[in-house]
Design a protein around this ligand. Structure first.
Ligand SMILES: *[C@@H]1O[C@H](CO)[C@@H](O)[C@H](O)[C@H]1NC(C)=O
Ligand SMILES: *[C@@H]1O[C@H](CO)[C@@H](O)[C@H](O)[C@H]1NC(C)=O
Ligand SMILES: *[C@@H]1O[C@H](CO)[C@@H](O)[C@H](O)[C@H]1NC(C)=O
Ligand SMILES: *[C@@H]1O[C@H](CO)[C@@H](O)[C@H](O)[C@H]1NC(C)=O
Length: 537
């Protein structure tokens, strides 16, 4: 039984490629099928091989009439390849038999021939037939014809099962008028809908081995110790025929209730477990948010947390359970989270810094040296008094930090105000501050129309329109603007160079902070004669 199924499986696997609606016929030890798929000779030959056969050979009168039946009973038109090919490149003197042609199987034996033209052939040709002209027509093998005819060897047949059955053969065609049914064919028998497989000339009823066509099961096949059984999806049960499934009678089986279902006769009602309520659709269950009830968690510093189907009470952040059910303040300072001072508060804590320090905005736990005046004590290494640190914008001398007067080095274009550790640039009336402390004439001041630079307001006009209507005024504006830009550039270069000359450490405005927190030992410092690094002029 197992070997037989294996054989059937081999046939079946060859026939798994879906074939275009075809008609077939079986007699003696062959089945024939007609395929309405356009192909040249080699593609047609390949297609038959893929189905486990070859292009059709017509060696007897009997096969010829089978071919006629096939062509006439099927709904096809056009030319169809036969399995006859002339591969010689020389003229043979033969006009009888196959005229030097060979069947695709490689032999040239025949009891029959039906040439359209009896002449000898001198170059590569192939043979086709059509419904209207069933004589053998020689033509170029490269031609694309409407289809082809295949043949399959088969030795074992089953008898027809019932009167009206349709058989799905392993050769890619389905037929309902086969007198002999080749092994590997399947059919469904009415009225029960039992499924049958022809194995070694005998029908077996499904479910057969799950590995062959899923045992013939409609849904799924399962191999158990007892054999093969068909199984059905939830809400369905297996039918009498053992292969198909139909819906269960219990209305709950297909009710689609998310949690619970109660049925009575043909009606059902869905229900939900504790902590859930029925959704408006009558099937789904949704979580109840118990925390909307303010009395869910009573007690000081307690917090309600909703969970799926329930809720829990826990202590608010900064509080912990004292093992007696109360939430008490946590002394966060015990773990030393602050760099300097820590003060515990109810539910939280507060960091602060010692004299001369402040908390940086990015981390309130830390403390950084801070100097709110122009002169502060330096942060010196206790072991090496020559190593003192100052905040940004200060310079160290002995044990003191002195503010750097950035204004003195021309850091701003127009107005400069020195502040502890930094400086602020501003511009005179009618000017506007841009990057690097530079002031430019404020073009946006005054009424739009009278200003010659108005045409350069970025949003004033779309660029295309601007080019099209470039007036004399605009041209003048462009020129004035270009001149101002060049002047500004020259001025900038000049300022920078001047600064570099007088103030070697400065490389540009961007690097003003290079001064910050530098550890300058006294010898280096001495090369600057003046504490404020004043201009030499
Ligand atoms: C055969 O072809 C004709 C016309 O093309 C069509 O009306 C008929 O339904 C076809 N029959 C089958 C069995 O395909
Ligand atoms: C036949 O057709 C196939 C594809 O349809 C193509 O790949 C092949 O080259 C053709 N062969 C000849 C000999 O024309
Ligand atoms: C055979 O099939 C035809 C059409 O499918 C149907 O009308 C007829 O009743 C069937 N006969 C039997 C015996 O099942
Ligand atoms: C810490 O305490 C000070 C003074 O009471 C207050 O200004 C500051 O906002 C507090 N900081 C935090 C993080 O609570």
């Amino acid at each position: 039984m197992r070997e037989m199924l294996g054989m059937v499986m081999a046939l079946v696997l060859l026939g798994l490629r879906p074939a275009n609606a075809n008609i077939g016929h079986c007699e003696d030890e062959k089945c024939f099928s007609i395929h309405a798929n356009t192909a040249n000779f080699s593609a047609a030959s390949r297609a038959c091989k893929d189905q486990g056969g070859n292009l059709m050979s017509v060696r007897t009168e009997q096969t010829s009439s089978a071919l006629s039946d096939l062509l006439e009973n099927s709904n096809v038109t056009g030319d169809f390849w036969l399995g006859l090919e002339y591969v010689d490149a020389r003229c043979l003197d033969s006009t009888g038999g196959l005229k030097g042609y060979k069947w695709v199987t490689g032999d040239d034996t025949t009891h029959y021939s039906n040439w359209k033209i009896a002449d000898a052939v001198c170059f590569s040709r192939c043979v086709s037939v059509s419904k209207n002209a069933q004589t053998w027509n020689e033509r170029s093998c490269q031609e694309i014809l409407q289809g082809y005819l295949c043949e399959y060897d088969t030795t074992e047949y089953c008898h027809p099962l019932g009167t009206n059955a349709s058989y799905k053969t392993p050769f890619g065609f389905t037929s309902d008028n086969l007198n002999k049914i080749p092994s590997g064919s399947r059919t469904t028998a009415q009225p029960l809908g039992t499924r049958h497989l022809c194995v070694s000339g005998a029908w077996i009823q499904g479910p057969w081995g799950c590995e062959v066509f899923g045992g013939g099961c409609e849904h799924d096949c399962e191999t158990t110790l007892q054999g093969h059984v068909c199984i059905c999806p939830v809400g369905f049960k297996i039918d009498m025929n053992g292969v198909t499934c139909s819906q269960n009678d219990d209305p709950c089986a297909r009710a689609g209730c998310a949690q619970e279902c109660f049925s009575s006769g043909a009606t059902f009602v869905c229900a939900c477990g504790p902590g859930f309520q029925l959704h408006a659709d009558g099937k789904a269950c949704e979580d109840i948010n118990e925390c909307t009830d303010t009395s869910a968690c009573l007690g000081a510093h307690k917090q309600c947390v909703n969970t799926l189907g329930s809720f829990k009470c826990q202590c608010a952040p900064g509080f912990e359970d004292n093992k007696a059910g109360a939430c008490v303040d946590v002394d966060e300072c015990a773990s030393g989270p602050c760099e300097h001072n820590c003060e515990d508060t109810i539910g939280s804590y507060n960091c602060s810094c010692g004299e001369g320090f402040r908390q940086p905005k990015e981390d309130m736990h830390k403390c950084e040296r801070y100097c709110p005046t122009f002169e502060c004590p330096a942060d010196c290494d206790v072991n090496n008094n020559a190593q003192c640190h100052c905040p940004y914008g200060f310079i160290v001398e002995d044990d003191t930090c002195f503010d750097i007067d950035e204004c003195d080095s021309g850091s701003c274009d127009q107005v400069c105000e020195n502040t502890p550790g930094s400086y602020v640039c501003s511009c005179e009336e009618g000017f506007r501050l841009i990057d690097n402390g530079i002031c430019v004439k404020d073009e946006f001041e005054g009424s739009g129309t009278s200003d010659p630079f108005d045409s350069f307001t970025p949003t004033s006009r779309p660029p295309a329109a601007k080019r099209a209507s470039l007036s004399a005024g605009s041209l003048l504006g462009i020129m004035v603007c270009t001149v101002i830009s060049i002047l500004l550039l020259v001025c900038l270069v000049h300022c920078v160079r001047k600064k570099m000359h007088h103030y070697d450490v400065y490389k540009g405005h961007d690097e003003i902070y290079d001064f910050q927190q530098v550890i300058i030992d006294k010898t280096t410092y001495l090369s600057y004669p003046n504490r404020y690094l004043k201009r030499e002029t």
